[in-house]
Ligand binder design. Structure first.
Ligand code: SF4
Length: 442
C-alpha cells in the first residue's frame, strides 16, 4: 500500500499554488495525497506569517495532525518557517523545517521521512536569492481555474510587512517559460488562469520584460480562456494594462488593488508608494474606460498611530470610491518590522470595531455592485460542484453567479443575463456558451 501525505496551506494564493506543486511531487513519487482531516503518514504545512494569527494557527494544526497520527512525519515550510525556524523546531512532533528556497526541493533534502530525535532545519538566507521556484495550482477535478505563479518576492519596504524578509527580492519566471507553461495549462482545458505572485505588477525586471507585454502575448494564444491578475499595486497598474483590459476580451474585467489606508498620514507611515489622490485617480480612470469593472481593495485597520479621525478619513475615502468589495485586515505586530517600533498602538478591541465597520461597508458596496448587474450580460465560468441542483461560478468582473445545475455548462464560459440578486449571488438566464453567443452575434 502506498504511503499517504496530507498538505495544508495557510495564507495567500501563491502559497496555494506552491502547495499544489509539492502535492504533485509526492504523487510522482508514488504517494497518495489525502485530505488534511484524514490520518496520513506525512503532513506538510505551507505557512504564512502575515498576521500573528497565522503563526498560532500553524501551531494548532501541527497538534491536530499529531492527534490524527502520533507517528506522522511533520514538515513545516513557508514564510513562518523561513522567519522563525528555531521557534518551530521547539514545537513537539515537528520533524523538518524548510525555508522559502527549500520549499520545492523537499525530495532532494529529505530522503526517507524517518523521524529522528531532533528536527532538521533547512533554511538558507533569502536575501539576494535569484532562484525562482515554478509552481501552479490546478483543480484536478473540474479543470476550471489555475493559479499560475509568475513572480516571487518583493523589493518594496512597506513598514508593516514581513513578506520581503520571508520571500526575498522580486524575481520572475523567464517570459518564454511563462508562455510555454501557460499554453500547457490552456491545452489541459483550464478556462481561467489567475496570475499570482507577491508583487505581480513588478513582473519581469531582471529580464527587461513588462507585465503588459506578457499579458498581450498570453492573450494572443489561441483558445477559449480568460486571464485574471490576482492583485496589482496601484502604482504598477499602468494605463496600457488598463487599456489592454478594456480592449481584449480575454482579460477579466476585474482588478484587485491594495490601498491599505485612505489616510495620507497613515499611508506615509506605512511607506506605501503612492498618495490617496493617485489611488483614486487610477480607480476612476479604470472605471471610466472599462464597463462594469469589478474592483477589490485591501485595507488594514488599527495601524500604529491611526486615530479615530484617521480611521474616519479612510472610511469616507473608501465610501466614495467606485469599488465593489474590500478585504479588511486587522493590523498585528510582526517582529522585525519598522511598524512594531512605532508609537500609538491601537487598542485591540478598537481594531476589531474598525474592522467590523469596514466589513459592513464592504457588504453594502458588494450588494450595490451586484444589484447594478441586473439586466447586464456577464461572462461566467461555472464550477463542477452540484450543490442540491445549483451550480456556482465567477463572472469576468468577479461577481458570484448561481444557476440551476447543468453539466453541459461546467467549465464553459457562459453568457448569463442577470435578472437579480438572491442569497448574495446574482442569478439570471443563460444565453448560451460564449462561443455560440459570439457566433450568433456575428
Ligand atoms: S508591496 Fe508592501 S505589502 Fe506587498 S509584499 Fe511588498 S512590502 Fe509587503
Amino acid at each position: 500500500m502506498s504511503k499517504t501525505v496530507a498538505l495544508h496551506t495557510l495564507g495567500c494564493k501563491l502559497n496555494f499554488s506552491e502547495t499544489s506543486t509539492i502535492g504533485n511531487q509526492f504523487l510522482h513519487k508514488g504517494y497518495e495525497v489525502v485530505e488534511f482531516k484524514e490520518k496520513a503518514d506525512i503532513y506538510v504545512f505551507n505557512t504564512c506569517t502575515v498576521t500573528e494569527h497565522a503563526d498560532r494557527e500553524c501551531r494548532q494544526l501541527v497538534r491536530r495532525a499529531l492527534r490524527q497520527n502520533p507517528n506522522a512525519y511533520v514538515i513545516v515550510t513557508g514564510c513562518y518557517a523561513q522567519l522563525r525556524p528555531e521557534e518551530i523546531s521547539h514545537m513537539q512532533g515537528v520533524d523538518a523545517i524548510l525555508g522559502s528556497n527549500e520549499k520545492l526541493k523537499l525530495f532532494s533534502l529529505l530522503e526517507d521521512f524517518e523521524k529522528k530525535e531532533l528536527a532538521c532545519i533547512y533554511v538558507s538566507p533569502i536575501n539576494n536569492s535569484n532562484e525562482f521556484g515554478a509552481s501552479n495550482s490546478t483543480d484536478a477535478d473540474s479543470r476550471t481555474r489555475a493559479y499560475f505563479k509568475i513572480q516571487d518576492g518583493c523589493d518594496y519596504n512597506c513598514s508593516f510587512c514581513t513578506i520581503p524578509l520571508a520571500r526575498g527580492n522580486s524575481r520572475s519566471m523567464e517570459p518564454g517559460s511563462v508562455l510555454t507553461e501557460f499554453r500547457h495549462l490552456i491545452a489541459r482545458g483550464y478556462k481561467e488562469i489567475i496570475l499570482t505572485g507577491v508583487n505581480v505588477g513588478d513582473y519581469g525586471k531582471s529580464y527587461n520584460a513588462k507585465l503588459y507585454d506578457l499579458l498581450g502575448r498570453m492573450a494572443d494564444v489561441d483558445g477559449n480562456f480568460r486571464i485574471r491578475i490576482s492583485s496589482i499595486e496601484p502604482n504598477l497598474l499602468t494605463d496600457e494594462i488598463i487599456k489592454l483590459t478594456q480592449q481584449n476580451e480575454k482579460m477579466c474585467k476585474h482588478f484587485h488593488i491594495p490601498l491599505q489606508s485612505g489616510s495620507p498620514k497613515i499611508l506615509k507611515l506605512m511607506q506605501r508608494r503612492y498618495k490617496t489622490e493617485y489611488y483614486s485617480g487610477v480607480i476612476n480612470k479604470a472605471n471610466e474606460l472599462i464597463d462594469n469593472l469589478g474592483i477589490g481593495v485591501d485595507v488594514i485597520v488599527g495601524f500604529p498611530g491611526e486615530t479615530e479621525e484617521d480611521f474616519i478619513v479612510t472610511y469616507n475615502f473608501i465610501k466614495d470610491l467606485p469599488v465593489s468589495y474590500l478585504h479588511v485586515f486587522t493590523y498585528s505586530e510582526r517582529p522585525d518590522t519598522k511598524a512594531i517600533t512605532m508609537r500609538g498602538s491601537v487598542d485591540v478591541l478598537e481594531r476589531k470595531r474598525r474592522n467590523n465597520m469596514l466589513r459592513i461597508l464592504s457588504d453594502k458596496k458588494k450588494s450595490l455592485f451586484y444589484e447594478s448587474m441586473t439586466g447586464k450580460e456577464l461572462e461566467v465560468l461555472f464550477e463542477s460542484e452540484n450543490n442540491n441542483g445549483i451550480m456556482k461560478g465567477f463572472s469576468s468582473n468577479y461577481v458570484r453567479v448561481s444557476n440551476n445545475f447543468d453539466p453541459m455548462l461546467v467549465n464553459e464560459l457562459s453568457i448569463v443575463k442577470i435578472e437579480g440578486v438572491r442569497d448574495n449571488f446574482c442569478r439570471g438566464n443563460i444565453l448560451g456558451n460564449k462561443k455560440s453567443v459570439d457566433l450568433i452575434a456575428c
